[in-house]
Design a protein around this ligand. Structure first.
Ligand SMILES: [Zn+2]
Length: 398
């Protein structure tokens, strides 16, 4: 966050404190003199700000560095366990969450299965997950970061519309802040995943990156010039509800033939259940009603012809959507995360091939479509990264 032009003394001090903390955080260990040199602040200011950081426990002194003639300088580092962050992922078939330290290490995880027949409202499940994690934290909790599907106003923490959870204009951030007394930041789950991949993915991170999350739903997070791009109404990357089949299957959003209805993992399972009885040669024909994500993946990996047809067609549909993104953004690196990654290399190759086939050759040729590095915990880490950026001005670095 840049400093306003007519900053008050307090704003300047807070800005400088974040600058000093970030400078220490970004390095394994550093002296006060080097912090002053790198930030352009005076040694006196740096000493005063470091004293506060030492008092707060965020920073500690860790021995002495190399002498450059005089006495060897005392080195400083950020204490990874000084604060903990709670990160939540409300996107899957279960709500998951974790306590995460300041280096993105997961200290403890928790989960609440989301069952339609449970009778409990999804919001109560979120509360119970938050209560468990905040209650279990062994360190002061800095705040709670949440990644959730749907259109999220991440400035106010309001869920504008989340079709899978039947939430509309829900002030999720405020509700949890009131309950816990902690700062809460909420973002779309694909956007959170993009933050995590940008932070922890390949090194060095490219300036531009598209992260496509394919699980029960489909969405993308777009990083342009090193910044998450939210769009005019926080809906950037909502590719899952673009129509791809005329007069197709009804979608949860009220429309028909959306990308989600043909290419999400849920759509693959539904389609296999529907087709299996008519394909006696398929290993899935024995128990069509018992087909779930795990069995769909097993059948595909075993080379079952029915699973092949359905899964590879889903991958090609994803590739067509990616080609549209390549044409619109010319981003060279596209990272796929979420449950669909379980389908492995043949799924990826089909999506990649279709992306290139349907793009301008010169652009498609240079586009790489790859699986993300972090998989299950990508949204939890992204939500934690968001919280740390907003609360401490730190870009989470492991
Ligand atoms: Zn839809």
């Amino acid at each position: 966050v840049p400093l306003p032009e007519k900053a008050t003394h307090q704003q300047t001090r807070a800005f400088n404190a974040q600058l000093v903390l970030r400078t220490i955080y970004d390095r394994p260990a550093i002296s006060r003199a080097d912090v002053a040199r790198l930030t352009g602040l005076t040694r006196t200011s740096v000493s005063a700000l470091v004293a506060e950081l030492l008092d707060s426990g965020l920073v500690q002194e860790v021995g002495r560095g190399q002498s450059t003639g005089g006495k060897a300088p005392i080195l400083l580092r950020v204490v990874p366990d000084a604060r903990h962050v709670v990160g939540l992922d409300l996107g899957g078939g279960s709500f998951t969450g974790a306590i995460v330290d300041l280096r993105g290490r997961i200290v403890r995880s928790a989960e609440r299965p989301l069952r339609a027949d449970d009778g409990r409202q999804p919001l109560e499940l979120v509360f119970s997950l938050v209560d468990e994690l905040v209650g279990a934290a062994q360190r002061p909790v800095l705040g709670i970061g949440i990644g959730t599907p749907g259109l999220i106003d991440s400035e106010t923490g309001t869920v504008r519309w989340a079709v899978n959870l039947d939430w509309s204009e829900l002030p999720l951030g405020d509700l949890i802040a009131e309950r816990t007394g902690l700062p809460v930041h909420v973002a779309n789950d694909s956007h959170a995943a993009a933050l995590a991949e940008y932070t922890f993915g390949s090194e060095p991170s490219p300036d531009n990156l598209v992260v496509v999350m394919i699980g029960r739903g489909i969405g993308a997070g777009i990083v342009l010039n090193g910044q998450l791009f939210s769009g005019d109404a926080f809906g950037a990357g909502e590719i899952g509800h673009t129509t791809v089949v005329e007069a197709g299957e009804p979608c949860r959003c009220g429309s028909v033939g959306c990308l989600e209805t043909v290419a999400s993992v849920r759509a693959i399972v539904d389609r296999l259940r529907h087709l299996a009885p008519r394909h006696p040669g398929s290993i899935l024909a024995r128990d069509p009603d018992g087909i779930d994500e795990t069995r769909a993946v097993q059948a595909f990996l075993a080379g079952d012809p029915l699973a092949d047809d359905v899964v590879l067609e889903a991958a090609r549909q994803v590739g067509r959507a990616l080609a549209a993104l390549v044409g619109a953004l010319n981003v060279r690196r596209i990272v796929v995360v979420g449950a669909a990654t379980a389908f492995g290399d043949r799924w990826l190759e089909a999506a990649r091939h279709e992306t290139r086939e349907r793009s301008l050759p010169l652009l498609g040729r240079d586009t790489e479509v790859v699986f993300g590095r972090s998989r299950d915990d990508v949204v939890v880490l992204g939500a934690s990264a968001l919280l740390m950026t907003r609360e401490l001005g730190l870009s989470l670095v492991r």
